[in-house]
Structures are given as C-alpha cells and as structure tokens.
Design a protein around this ligand. Structure first.
Ligand SMILES: Nc1nc2c(c(=O)[nH]1)N[C@H]1C(S)=C(S)[C@@H](COP(=O)(O)OP(=O)(O)OC[C@H]3O[C@@H](n4cnc5c(=O)[nH]c(N)nc54)[C@H](O)[C@@H]3O)O[C@H]1N2
Ligand SMILES: Nc1nc2c(c(=O)[nH]1)N[C@H]1C(S)=C(S)[C@@H](COP(=O)(O)OP(=O)(O)OC[C@H]3O[C@@H](n4cnc5c(=O)[nH]c(N)nc54)[C@H](O)[C@@H]3O)O[C@H]1N2
Ligand SMILES: [Mo]
Length: 809
C-alpha cells in the first residue's frame, strides 16, 4: 500500500477493482465502512462477479476477466479529453512534460525493438530525450508532439467507450457513470483510493493493469494524499514482509536486486543502481544504494566482508535467469532438479496445472516438507495419475516431513499491507515434535557448515564465513534477528560535520537508514527496516493508538517502513510551495524552515520548496512516470493484450497483428504453450477465487470451517445452467485442456453472461479451497484446470482468466 488501512476512512470515493476486500480482507474492509458512514464516501466495485464487496457498493459493474486495461485506458482517455486532471499536480509532479526519443514507436500492439524469436524487447528507444546539459528535455506547455502528455493522449485515443463495451462486456452507460464519479476526484479537496489484489495481479498482464490504475491516480492527483493511493491488499499475514526481506528469487532485502551474470564487476553493479539525477536539483535517493548494500553485506558476512573483497560481492550468486516458481517447476519437469525444500508452501494445490506438478514432483529424488499440516504436496503420490499417466506405484521420491510451529506459537513481527511491522507474542506452545522454522533452518545451516568444514566443497567461503552471532547457534531468538535486520554501529560513528563528536557508539542500534555508511562501519540486514529496533528499543511493539489530528495517523502504533512513514510520497499532498492541497487532511507542510505535520515527510526535512525538488525522490527524475522507460517487460505504456486463453481469439485493439493477441513479452515454456486450449472446445471464461470461510488449503483441516464450506462448488449463471441442463445443487464436470474437476453447481444471479464483441460469453466462478487432505470432502484441486503462464514482469500465474467447458456430471 502507498497509504495504510486506517487512512481509507479519509477517502471520498473507494474503487475496489481487482479484489474482493469484504471477503478476503474483512477486517481491513471496516475502513471502507467508516469512509461510507463518516465521510459520505461512495463505493464502486468492478468485478466479473457480484461479490460480497459488490453487495454493499453504491455502483457495481461487471467486467470480463483480464480486460481491465481497456476499462482504465478508456478512463485515461476520458480524463484527458475532458480535462479532468489535477493540472498543477501533473505538470509539476509527473513526467507529462518530458520529451521522448524519436526512435520510440508503437504500431499495431508492438513497441519499437521487438524480437519475436526471443519474445522480448530491446528497450533502448524507450527513454527520454536528453539535452546537452545531460538532463531530460521538457516542454512545460505540454504542446510538443513528442512529450509524454501527447504520446499518452495518442496511445489511449483508441480506447473509446464503445471499445470498452465490446472488449470488457461492461454496458457503456455503466462505464460512463463510473468514469464521471471517478473524475470528480480531480479536484484537490476530493480523494479516491484504489483497493486491488489478485483480480489485477493474476494475469499475464497483471503488473500493467496495476500501472494503469496508478496512472489514473496520478492524473487525478490522488497519490501521496490522505484518502488516496494505490493500495495493494496483501495476502498472507506476512507476505509484505516476505518481499521486503527479498525472498523473491531476484531480490535482496529492501528491494535491492541480485546481480545478473553480466555483472561480475562490483563498481558497475553499484553504479547501475545508484543513478544520477535526470533533472536539476533532484535527490535520486537510490544514490545511497552503496550504503544500504554494504551495510547488508556486513550483516550477512560480518568481519569477512571487507573493502578489499568488495564486501563479499563474489559470495552472491549472479543470476542467469529468474528462478521463480514457474521456472523452478519447469526445470523439475525436465528432470533437472534432484531435491526440493518446501517451507510453508503447498505447491501441488497452489501452482497451476496439477498434472505438470504431479509429473514434476515424481521426478525428484527427495522432497522436504516444513509444515504444521499434512498437505497435498506432502502426499502428492497418493493422488498422482488423475490427469496424466504417472503411476503412483512407481514414484521413487523420498518425502521428509518436518513439523513446524505456526505464527501463533512463536514471537516475532508480521508486516501487514500498510507496511507496519507489528510485534506479536506467542499464544501457545507447539504440540508434539514441532519446531519453529527458525530452529529448523538454523539446524540445517549449522550441519551444512560442519560438513563443509570437515569435508570441504566447491566454494565453501560464503558458508564458512557467514556471520552467525546468535547466543544459541541452533536456535536464534526472534529478537536477535529483529535487531540484526534493523541494524547497528560496528564502530564509533563520528558526526560527518564534526569528526570530534561521536553520534553512535560501537554496538548501539541505529535510529534509521540515514545513519548507514558504505565504509563497513554500519550493519543492517534490511535497510528499509532500519530503526524498527532503534536505540530506544523495539518500536514494533508499540501500541499507542492516539491520533492527534483525527485523520488516522497513529504514528506511535507499531512501526511503519520506511522511517515510520505512513503515507508514501506525502510531499505530493502539497503544492509546489509546500502548502497542503487540502488543509482539512494535512499530512505534511512547509513552515518556512522545515517540513512537518501528521506524518514523517517523504522528503528532505529541511529542503526549501523553492529549489524545485520533486516529491518522487526514488526516481532519478524526481517525478512520477507515466512513461515507464525500460522498467516494464512489455512497454512504457500499458496496452491491452488478451489472456493466453482468450474467448475471442484476437485482440480487438490490434486486430491485424497476430503477435500482439496476448502479451508478446510473457515467457511461455514450450509444453505449456501446447497445453493451452481454444475457445472452440472450451468456450467459457473461468476465474478462481477465495471465500471468507476458508483460508487457502489449511482450513479444510478444521472441522468448523469444513462444516461451513464442505466441498468444491462452482458458480455459474442461470443462462449457462440452462444450456448445460443442470439445476442448483446438481453436479457438473468442468474441464480445461489440462484436466477436469467435478463439483456442485451453484446456479446464481450473481454471475451474468456478458456480450463480448457481439457474442455471448459465460463466466464460471471456481473457489480454490478444497483438495484431498483434511476433514472437508475430498475431491479435485481447482488448479487441475489452470494454465502455466505468468505475468511478464512478476511471473504471477494467470489464475484469473482461462477457458473451460462445463457439462452435466
Ligand atoms: N478468507 C480468506 N481471506 C484471504 C485468503 C483466503 O484464502 N481466505 N487469502 C489471502 C491471500 S494469500 C490473498 S493473495 C488475498 C487475495 O485477495 P483477493 O484478490 O481480493 O481475492 P480473490 O478472491 O482471489 O480475487 C478477488 C476478485 O477478483 C475478481 N477478478 C477476477 N478476475 C478479474 C479481472 O480481470 N478484473 C477484475 N476487476 N476483477 C477480477 C474475482 O472475481 C474476485 O472477486 O486474500 C487473502 N485473504
Ligand atoms: N487457481 C488459483 N491458485 C492460486 C491462487 C488463486 O487465486 N487461484 N492464489 C495464489 C495465492 S495468492 C497464494 S498466496 C497461494 C497460496 O498457496 P500456499 O501458500 O502454498 O498455501 P497455504 O495453504 O496458504 O499455505 C501453505 C502451508 O503453510 C503452512 N504454514 C502455516 N504456518 C506456517 C509456519 O509458521 N511455518 C511453516 N513452515 N508452514 C506454515 C500451512 O499449514 C500450509 O500447508 O495460492 C496461489 N494459488
Ligand atoms: Mo496470496
């Protein structure tokens, strides 16, 4: 979230699109209720299904899964055509006035630089034009035909209300009504928040859907303000913490990135990430990358990380390709993986195309499961062969089960969607032989280290030199780890302005990342968490809910990264002179000599606004980007591409370019491409989702939840039920080109057939929660049906739009 849960109460308009917060985030959803009750806020829900969120909305509109870029791109065109933009905001705080290189082009769904064989782009033309002074050329009048404003207008001119209706199936009058409501927030005194989750992420163009939402918010001046923002509703209670700590295959903690194979040189690695400002007097805060990186390397390798060995740079793997989940199981399916450690993850249930998963797991020599429960994955062989010819009797994979605790049985911190690190205390001791994940991982490490010490190995240094300064090597305490992430001084730190003054004594915890240095004198395992456990102690454990300004800025409750800041980009809530756009909901402001207010300023605290520094300090340009430059795989402006399994078989926006039907820059493995189905055989659009009564695949182990939602059902509309000849409560077989499930049919008015480009398209709703372990009724896995293709940037699978056929069972 750019903002936070409580801040939603400040919104005048709430757009839930690509999520179902009432169902999947019922506790956080109370802030929408607050906004409605106390702020007269209106709620808009756009979803293929009339959901529990929709049931309390002021306006609901249906949409075909996977087409949100058309809806939002049309909205961008509408806002520009009707001048419903917050002009002072966009002219000063975004790149609309920046001039783009002449070589950049867009034709029939493809940008300049496309290589069809590699399914990727040479992005060198996707950039701004630089002047002789080394800075980007701009045209503040926005008249230049090569400025971002002109290109943006031109790009989305094709996204007309008629096109929206044809592609999305949303009736035009609904579309225009929603656009009008949204446009009302272009004024400084009205704020809209966008709440989204998997309805946007789980598509082959998911990241671009989210970007389109962010572009809408920028045009309206809704980023950085109270009641605004782009608010990603995260999933598992600590999934925000997972990405923060760099558990993605290509990340390091704090959104630093692992080097790739070509980056063997340390200085070049740093220089590529510590970019110089692209406009005069901009901060370009990532110029501090070296300080964050060196402090991180000191946390991992301690005394062994020295200036001479580039802080252990050679210890870090250099990536030849990303090792995301889809890549890993592709390699496994090719027999290239011997062993797999599966920690708190049930991939057989959670990953796409179960047939491929069965076959892949059967090729492993060993599989380690760290989980409190017996999962589908830990018992995969029992159910193998349902959708393929794997013979359970022949599977040789040896499975080791290590029972773990769950969060309620340990102390620690959880980071929520609001970026708050909240300390928690265990409620019970674990049963039986269960051990904490920490203990199991530490035990594995100390044994590996012993083996390397005694027997040697190919490259022992990174393992033998790992700093491991915990009181009990086999069982580090959560408090020790939290202090390490936050960071401390390794030597006495002198005041940079007065070398005779010590500002931090050796061993002392640091107050924040501004204290980090790149000379090896500081250590911090995750720079964005620096200060969470500061000189005064554990700030994550704070529970002071006082809210002096009444806008929900409870800055003494827990601790929010970065720097305890609650609303990101909050400098943008003020005009260029530093005066709040909306004084009623002031976050920060300039008082003539410093920035201050209800939040921690996302800015240099003493920066005089007269200098013209932009509010988006992480970007080298100092402003927000409509033109993404090379940051995205498929292009600088989001473009609509059809799901890989499309009911139309063509892209109405680019009808004459067969390479641009579906995302031209998404990675697709050969066998997975062959497993895609066609609309002639599988005519209906399916989408998968969750229910309040279950949490993924765990709660089917709990009798009460199993009683509430005992078995797999699918939701179909009345028209489709009639076609299939099934009644509510009857049974249906739902098949895709990869497998099938048998389920109870719930015939509902909540899903209506849509008219797409003149024909009728039915949507089939498939909740995901059942399998073949636990106490709920055993059956099929929803992911028997889903295709293996990921988003072009994040590789999140396309779980939300694929093709099926429905028959009476
Ligand atoms: N009770 C409960 N709560 C949970 C979970 C759980 O299992 N149970 N899981 C947690 C986790 S890990 C996560 S990630 C979150 C997920 O939270 P959500 O993303 O809110 O959950 P979903 O139900 O997967 O999908 C949300 C909605 O997206 C809609 N949708 C599908 N395709 C599209 C589309 O193309 N466009 C639009 N506009 N909408 C679309 C679906 O119809 C669905 O209503 O929930 C978390 N909360
Ligand atoms: N078709 C379809 N597929 C989907 C989705 C969808 O919308 N549609 N959603 C996707 C999403 S967003 C997600 S997040 C995944 C979820 O997929 P998973 O994360 O694999 O599923 P879970 O059942 O939430 O959790 C996995 C295991 O973690 C265990 N666990 C709980 N606490 C602990 C602990 O402290 N330590 C350890 N070691 N284990 C613990 C649980 O017992 C459980 O077995 O599913 C994905 N799959
Ligand atoms: Mo999730």
């Amino acid at each position: 979230m750019t903002n936070h849960w409580v801040d939603i109460k400040n919104a005048d308009l709430v757009l839930i699109m690509g999520g179902n917060a009432a169902e999947a985030h019922p506790c956080g959803f109370k802030w929408v209720t607050e906004a409605k009750a106390h702020n007269k806020a209106k709620l808009i829900v756009v979803d293929p299904r009339f959901t529990r969120s929709a049931s309390v909305a002021d306006v609901y509109a249906p949409i075909r899964p996977g087409t949100d870029i058309v809806f939002l791109g049309g909205l961008i065109a509408y806002l520009l055509a009707n001048d419903k933009i917050q002009r002072e905001y966009v002219v000063n705080y975004t790149d609309l006035s920046f001039i783009v290189k002449d070589a950049f082009t867009f034709e029939q769904g493809l940008y300049s630089g496309y290589n069809a064989d590699k399914r990727s782009y040479d992005k060198s033309s996707w950039d701004y034009e630089l002047g002789d002074d080394g800075y980007v050329r701009t045209d503040p009048t926005l008249a230049d035909p090569r400025c971002v404003y002109s290109l943006l207008k031109q790009h989305y001119a094709r996204y007309t209300p008629d096109m929206v209706e044809r592609v999305c199936g949303t009736p035009k009058d609904k579309v225009l009504h929603i656009w009008e409501l949204i446009a009302s927030t272009a004024v400084p005194t009205r704020a809209m928040t966008i709440m989204y989750a998997l309805g946007w992420t789980q598509h082959s163009i998911g990241s671009q859907m989210i970007r389109t939402g962010a572009m809408v918010q920028l045009l309206l001046g809704n980023i950085g303000i109270a009641g605004g923002g782009m608010n990603a509703l995260r999933g598992h209670s600590n999934i925000q913490g997972l990405t923060d700590l760099g558990l993605m295959s290509n990340l390091l903690p704090g959104y630093m990135t692992l080097p790739n194979e070509a980056e063997q040189d340390y200085d070049k690695y740093i220089a590529a990430r510590a970019q110089k400002p692209l406009r005069p007097n901009q901060l370009s805060y990532w110029q501090n990358y070296g300080k964050f990186f060196v402090s991180f390397m000191k946390a991992w390798w301690g005394d062994a990380a020295t200036a001479e060995n580039h802080w252990g740079y050679d210890y870090l793997p250099k990536l030849d390709k990303p090792y995301d989940m889809l890549q890993t199981f592709e390699l496994m399916s090719q027999g290239k993986v011997n062993g797999y450690i599966c920690q708190g993850f049930n991939p057989l249930a959670a990953a796409p195309n179960k047939a491929k998963m069965d076959a892949s797991l059967a090729k492993l020599k060993f599989l380690v499961i760290m989980d409190p429960l017996a999962t589908e994955t830990s018992e995969f062989w029992r159910n193998a062969g349902v959708h393929n010819d794997v013979d359970p009797a022949k599977i040789q994979t040896e499975v080791f089960r290590l029972p773990t605790t769950c969060f309620a049985e340990e102390d620690g911190s959880l980071t929520n969607s609001s970026r708050w690190l909240q300390w928690h205390w265990k409620g019970a001791n674990p049963p039986g032989e269960a051990r904490s994940d920490l203990e199991i991982m530490a035990g594995l490490f100390t044994r590996l280290r012993k083996a390397y010490r005694e027997e040697g190995g190919a490259f022992p240094d990174p393992i033998l030199n790992l700093a491991w300064k915990y009181a009990h090597a086999d069982s580090p305490a959560p408090e020790e780890l939290a202090r390490e992430y936050s960071g401390s001084a390794l030597k006495d730190l002198a005041d940079p302005k007065d070398s005779t003054k010590v500002v931090r004594k050796a061993g002392e915890q640091l107050a924040g990342f501004a204290e980090l240095r790149d000379d090896g004198s500081t250590s911090s395992g995750c720079w964005i968490f620096c200060g969470a456990w500061g000189p005064t102690g554990n700030l994550m454990a704070r529970r002071d809910s006082s809210d002096p300004t009444g806008i929900g800025q409870t800055i003494n409750w827990a601790w929010s990264w970065p720097a305890n800041r609650r609303v990101l980009y909050n400098r943008a809530s003020c005009d260029p002179s530093g005066k709040p756009f909306n004084p009623e909901r002031k976050l920060v402001g300039w008082n003539g000599s410093a920035w201050g207010g209800a939040d921690i300023p996302d800015f240099k605290a003493d920066e005089n606004p007269a200098g013209g520094m932009g509010p988006f300090i992480m970007n080298p340009e100092g402003v927000a980007r409509f033109f993404a430059r090379g940051a995205m795989a498929e292009g600088p402006f989001p473009e609509h591409y059809e799901p890989f399994e499309t009911p139309l078989g063509r892209n109405l926006l680019n009808p004459d370019q067969p390479q641009a039907i579906s995302n031209p820059a998404a990675r697709v493995f050969k066998d997975d491409r062959e497993a895609f189905g066609k609309a002639e055989q599988f005519p209906h659009v399916a989408t998968t989702y969750r229910l309040t009564e279950h949490f993924h695949y765990w709660t089917k182990h709990v009798r009460l939840n199993a009683i509430l939602q005992p078995e797999q059902f699918v939701e179909i509309g009345e028209a489709l039920a009639k076609e299939v000849g099934v009644e509510n409560g009857g049974r249906v077989k739902v098949s895709s080109n990869r497998g099938h499930i048998v389920a109870v049919a719930m015939v509902t008015k909540r899903i209506k057939a849509l008219t797409i480009d003149g024909r009728t398209v039915h949507t089939v709703g498939i909740p995901i929660h059942w399998g073949f372990t636990g106490v709920a009724k055993a059956g099929f896995l929803a992911n028997s049906l889903t295709p293996v293709v990921g988003d072009g940037n994040s590789q999140t699978p396309e779980f939300k739009s694929f093709l099926v056929k429905v028959e009476k069972a």
